[in-house]
Design a protein around this ligand. Structure first.
Ligand SMILES: *[C@@H]1O[C@H](CO)[C@@H](O)[C@H](O)[C@H]1NC(C)=O
Ligand SMILES: *[C@@H]1O[C@H](CO)[C@@H](O)[C@H](O)[C@H]1NC(C)=O
Length: 813
């Protein structure tokens, strides 16, 4: 046993959720292509490229995904968590289409081997394309790497080999091998001066201090530029001008002692290909280009098959659209799954900060004598990322949505992610809503947003992943026949509802779905921290009822987001949605709705793990909350649900803004189908002057005076995850259950689903990207892109929810 094992957080080595097939992945999704294992400090790889057709193009060197770099589009077109995948990057400004293929090769005792192929061709064959690519790998933590191939000051030919070792990966080799038909720039200004170097692979080995590998691109480019400056000196006054840049923009062909960062650079003329092999020594299998030649087409074919069974094509879509829509769904699903990252590092927490309206809270964070913002101990997290370019880190409330989608593809992978989040729940029950772990992650976040505060919450979506898992376990149990007794668990209403959705096969095999014991053990292991988390919400986000003579059936169930400012309630997730003025007596409709939902899901989990007393008590709390949503938040005059606030005379009043907020009880399925409030809400939902647009539901009513104003973040634009909640609730509740509004709910469901799917797809075709949000009046994609976080839920809207025709049929069965 190596010493380092003792230093690792338990989650990194716990046997239950570590599966060899998940050790390696493109877990640096902030990079166009960055592989690493799920180990806190270990090997990190990356790819840098630029076009060497002119000297300026080195300023267009690519490494980290960046919205500003003018890349035409990029996405994993296939990505399977267990096998690997294919990514296509169309770099218009550098005139090169790059394909990165990644194939996992199981075997041995240290997480297996892998092969990667990087290939490319000109986008426009009529203009020069001289791509120069640098593949690098650097080691953080213990261990070492050496270059086995003999150095040559003019560069190397043929296969290049490195060998290394770390405590977790044990011994390994890395080999870089050229494809069969590569061409190089051989002619050009002053070519004869560079004859010895043309067509060779250039290299660098350099020592980098701990924690510094993420800055590899800057280090490598500095080396190239420094060398180029020296070479160019004698050409200053030469009439013919400087040499062709592809002869000059090269790594210096040196390996310094104690190097832990190695890079190889290959420059081409036109189409190219090279392979990188990582071989774990404990695996007997020797990798060669043949494994990629055969493995990648096989992977693409099997991915396609499994995709069709996991996300069956909806029967109500025209067959003519099938291929293009399916390619789109595959791409956004793959980019979500291929956008999962593994992060490790410190974060910044301020235990003392509070706004004046939060100051009287009884439940202030524990007083440990610290003041100001402090760095925490390093933590590890496997998490999906909302946007590889703009939000390449973990976000709490996004993650519940991500896991619904990921879980439908690979259940066990979604549990591994969930487990990492659960491990972040602290002793108080708090989890920071943004996980900005380490310097690389921090480099992408403005300073004012880096600090997390331990009494700030975020919509509790993680339990969605838990109840979705329970639904899958139940479905497997039903189809394979064991009775409730065999499982020793009571089945609630959820199972009947879940049966409505199409019987999705899971993309990957699942140990947890195959073994009820394993499933239950997993749920039991997360139950206590989840409950602590739930208790933290109830304790720290409580609102005041009695103080303002509010009349409500429960004297305790009212809630208020902490940490809001005058203009924003960032903690709610709907940052600039209109609210009343900040006041300690505010009550927030969305938060009490989330608490009803959280309580309901906790009840379901408690029932499933056999915590019957807890389940009963959750049931009572849930009912009290549901009562209070009507008692505290329904405005009879306005016929809508509202926030509540307190005026100068200490009188409670409603703060009403028609939009996503007023729809929360419907979106989260908290109203019975017979509720008289449903009618007026569905009218607003369907009203083109209010929420309804041909592109989905608007966040704020088009008739609201603040519609489209100020930052216009949550003041009109269409958000896919909220539309997903609406669809899900209509599908499961109001369109499914008989009631006075069923027919209307079915009509809205069907049309809304089509609007959302069609518009996101149309914008993808038009722009090459899926977007964070869509314009409320034109449907155009807005803000960050690609945004293959919750926007990718269109795949579920398309596939897992059937048409209402199918729904009606199932109800008559
Ligand atoms: C990893 O998990 C997959 C799916 O759950 C399973 O099929 C496979 O056998 C597991 N592999 C190992 C080495 O445990
Ligand atoms: C991505 O860009 C390429 C090259 O311009 C283009 O052919 C392709 O259609 C684009 N893909 C999408 C989805 O727009």
């Amino acid at each position: 046993m190596h010493l380092l094992w003792l230093l690792l957080p338990l989650s990194a080595v716990a046997a239950t959720d570590v599966n060899d097939t998940l050790l390696w992945g493109p877990y640096r999704p902030n990079l166009y292509f960055g592989l690493r294992p799920r180990i806190p400090q270990s090997l990190m790889t990356g790819l840098v490229w630029f076009g060497a057709q002119d000297y300026q193009s080195i300023s267009k060197a690519r490494h980290a995904c960046d919205q500003g770099d003018g890349i035409t589009n990029y996405t994993w077109t296939e990505y399977d968590t267990r096998e690997g995948g294919v990514q296509v990057i169309n770099d218009g400004p550098n005139n090169v289409k790059i394909t990165t293929e990644f194939l996992k090769v199981a075997g041995g005792d240290h997480g297996g081997s892998w092969a990667a192929r990087i290939k490319g061709k000109p986008i426009n064959p009529d203009v020069p394309s001289h791509p120069s690519l640098i593949f690098y790998f650097g080691l953080e933590g213990l261990g070492g790497i050496d270059m086995d191939t003999d150095e040559d000051e003019n560069g190397l030919e043929g296969e290049i080999k490195f060998s290394g070792s770390t405590p977790e990966l044990d011994d390994f080799t890395i080999r870089i091998v050229d494809g069969p038909d590569n061409k190089h720039v051989t002619e050009g200004k002053h070519a004869q001066k560079f004859e010895d170097r043309i067509g060779k692979t250039h290299f660098l080995g350099q020592p980098v201090s701990q924690g510094g590998i993420w800055q590899a691109k800057e280090l490598l480019l500095q080396n190239i530029i420094k060398r180029a400056q020296e070479i160019l000196v004698p050409y200053k006054d030469v009439a013919a001008g400087p040499p062709d840049p592809s002869f000059v923009l090269q790594l210096p062909d040196e390996v310094y002692t104690s190097s832990n960062l190695y890079a190889v650079q290959k420059s081409f003329d036109g189409e190219f290909q090279f392979d990188v092999f990582f071989e774990s020594a404990s695996s007997k299998q020797k990798l060669s280009s043949a494994i990629l030649d055969q493995g990648i087409p096989a992977l693409v074919a099997s991915y396609g098959k499994r995709f069709q069974s996991a996300f069956p094509f909806p029967s109500d879509y025209p067959a003519a659209k099938r291929d293009s829509l399916e390619g789109f769904s595959k791409a956004i699903t793959s980019n979500l799954v291929g956008g999962v990252g593994y992060f490790y590092g410190t974060s910044i927490v301020n235990r003392k900060f509070s706004y004046e309206w939060d100051e009287d809270d009884e439940a202030q964070p524990s007083d440990d004598g610290e003041t100001g913002a402090k760095l925490t101990e390093p933590k590890a997290l496997l998490t999906a990322t909302p946007s590889r370019s703009f939000f390449p880190r973990g976000f709490y409330w996004d993650e519940g949505f991500h896991l619904l989608h990921i879980g439908a593809w690979d259940n066990d992978f979604s549990l591994a992610i969930l487990k990492d989040w659960i491990d972040l729940i602290d002793d108080d029950g708090w989890v920071a809503r943004e996980q900005i772990l380490g310097e690389e992650a921090r480099s992408k976040v403005p300073a004012e947003f880096q600090t997390q505060v331990p009494n700030y919450a975020n919509p509790p979506t993680l339990t969605m992943a838990v109840t979705a898992f329970i639904a899958r376990v139940k479905k497997v149990a039903e189809s394979s026949g064991p009775s409730d007794q065999d499982l020793g668990m009571g089945f609630g209403m959820g199972a009947a509802q879940e049966r409505l959705s199409k019987p999705a096969q899971h993309g990957a095999g699942s140990q947890y779905l195959e073994s009820p014991e394993l499933a239950r053990a997993f749920l039991q292991s997360i139950y206590a921290p989840l409950k602590r988390h739930y208790d933290w919400f109830r304790r720290t986000q409580r609102g005041q009822i009695k103080q303002y003579a509010r009349v409500a059936r429960s004297r305790t169930e009212g809630y208020r987001w902490r940490g809001r400012s005058e203009q924003h309630v960032l903690t709610s997730g709907m940052d600039d949605y209109p609210r009343g003025p900040p006041h300690a007596g505010e009550l927030h409709l969305d938060l009490i709705s989330w608490m009803a939902f959280f309580t309901g899901t906790m009840k379901e989990i408690a029932e499933f793990v056999g915590e019957t007393e807890d389940a009963t008590s959750f049931g009572e709390i849930e009912q009290a909350i549901l009562n209070n949503i009507d008692d505290l938040h329904w405005s009879e005059e306005q016929q809508m649900y509202c926030d509540a606030n307190v005026d100068q005379e200490d009188e409670s009043y409603h703060v009403c803004h028609q939009g996503y907020l007023s729809m929360f009880p419907l979106f989260l399925g908290l109203l019975p189908s017979s509720s008289p409030h449903l009618g007026p809400m569905l009218d607003v939902l369907r009203d083109p002057d209010q929420l309804w647009s041909p592109y989905g539901l608007r966040s704020l009513s088009a008739s609201h005076p603040l519609f489209g104003k100020d930052e216009n973040y949550w003041k009109g634009p269409v958000w896919v995850q909220m539309n997903y909640l609406a669809l899900r609730s209509l599908y499961k509740n109001y369109a499914a259950e008989p009631g006075p509004y069923q027919a209307r709910a079915q009509e809205i469901y069907q049309q809304l689903r089509k609007n959302i799917v069609d518009n996101v797809y149309k914008e993808y075709e038009r722009t090459g990207y899926v977007w964070e949000q869509y314009d409320a009046l034109t449907g155009q994609g807005l803000r960050s892109h690609p945004f293959t976080g919750w926007t990718s839920l269109v795949t579920l809207s398309e596939c897992l929810f059937g048409s209402t025709a199918a729904l009606r049929l199932m109800h008559t069965l």
